[in-house]
Design a protein around this ligand. Sequence first.
Ligand code: G6P
Length: 614
Amino acid sequence: MCGIIGYVGFRPATPILIDGLHRLEYRGYDSAGVATLDKGDLHFRKKAGRVSHLQSLLVDSPIPGTIGISHTRWATHGPANDTNAHPHIAGEGNKQIALVHNGVIENYSTLKRQLESEGVVFKSQTDTEVIAQLIAYHLNDNLIETVRKVLSLVKGTYGLAVVSSQHPDQIVAARLGSPLVVGIGQDENYLASDPSALMGYTQRVVYLQDHQIALLKKSDWHVYDEQQIRLTPKIQEIVDKRTSTELGNFPHYMLKEIYEQPEAIENAMRGRLNDSDASAHFGGLNLDTQQIRSADRIILTACGTSYHAGLVGEYLFEEFARMPVEVEYASEFRYRNPPIDRQTIIIAITQSGETADTLAALRESKRKGHPTLAICNVVGSSIAREADGGVYLHAGQEIGVASTKAFTSQVTVLTMLALYFGRMRHLSSIQGAKMIDELRSVPDLIRETLTCHDEVKRISEKYHAFRNLLYMGRQYLYPVALEGALKLKEISYIHAEGYPAAEMKHGPIALVDPETPSVFLVPDGPVFDKVMSNLEEVKARKGPVIAITSAGNPRVIQYVKERADDVIIIPETPEYLQPIISVIPLQLFAYHIALLRGCDVDKPRNLAKSVTVE
Ligand code: G6P
């Protein structure tokens, strides 16, 4: 959420900054800005809208300098306009400073009032400007000292970068709760809120930890801790993933990522299915067999799509490991104080590894002494580093804001974990071996499922103008109903709700009419007849119905076709794997409806890929 790029070196700064901002645009895209220093003068340009708008402004009105900072914003305080865009400029003459910030300053109004009483005039409605004004107010010969002093006054979270006309050769950066990396080059150094923005410039990075401050110069960089002690941080090599961030022949990242799911799942399973033990195997759990065996409860915590993966996980762990599971929204869990049994493992599920609420929930769990695991996609992310152990998805970078391949990879990892925990308990080797075979068939089943694309596109044309949709599923497919509705909401702005199908008659059925279509997940299986009864109840009230059912039993297909207005057929799959397969047509459905409504599929309004504020 919000992106930061900084550069200090020998090349013109703005092309590098703009290139980095384009790569970070998925984190926030309502306004953008840059500030550079040249011969002791501070220059800046800010613009509401996409990075391309800022880029055009810079073509018409370029700014010089080989040192600069930049930002792409996701608004928290104050609307998206030129003034509220970062960098925020404060101070005067040769004591001007520019600041970019990710995070939220909670005590900004108190600090703002204090500064205003001293005559400081604020230009924006942001919380961020208070840090800029405080730095300008306290600025002395030592920029890093000034920043440290100001940060001791603020309450909240930040990843920030500052330049000052009084210190024309340096960038000062600081982190508390919002990620930042220093990129190390030859006679040039970089700063980024996500290392992927540095691909092609450098592969050598230092991840800043909370409370650390970095000083970047052209040929030099240093990191300090809270006590002002200079550290010798570990330099890490990042893998150049540029090919995975190219669109290729796909018009949108979301569609590309939907199509990447077979490979993503192969990657999630690679080296983790163990035939001789009829179990799964994970390299990074960092929990010994005793700890896993003695755990008698699991709490899964996450946000958004990852939370829906967690809900599938609940069914998986209960069925295969016979363990009680709770699934908690991280934003609630972090502030609740539930009594938790000692032998409870907390698992945070997160694509980005940076979601503020999930990170806070993980920290709170660690503080209480529980073993913590992360199911995470981004290597080296905050949650991946802070959890006791975990499992990477290896899904490749996910850029589309609406999560697709991360969801199916998370469910795959949860299935393998349930197998692993199950094999330590009640699951026989025969059952384990069967699960392994079935899991191995999933990538091909997804390939087969993707052949429904044309049919889903055709159906989308029929339904794109409706304003409300309901999604119904039961058991393993209830979380998929939630996820299907979320996908549609996120990118098409159509109101959609997911429900356990039988719950419909306790309220949502009041919404059913010819203008409110329902999507029913009715593959063949133990609850088929029951879900079909719910479907009939909707039809009886003239609600249009799209049904997703499975191939395999022609009589089932015929039965569904006679009742639903439109039918999408997916391959036959064991019940516990149906979430991975049945979500595919729902992803495609949301994608096509959004396109038909003229929405920006990869950058939906008001959303961001990685939510690093509370
Ligand atoms: C944001 C994204 C969602 C994502 C959620 C949780 O809201 O737009 O797609 O599911 O954050 O993100 P995480 O990275 O923790 O999975």
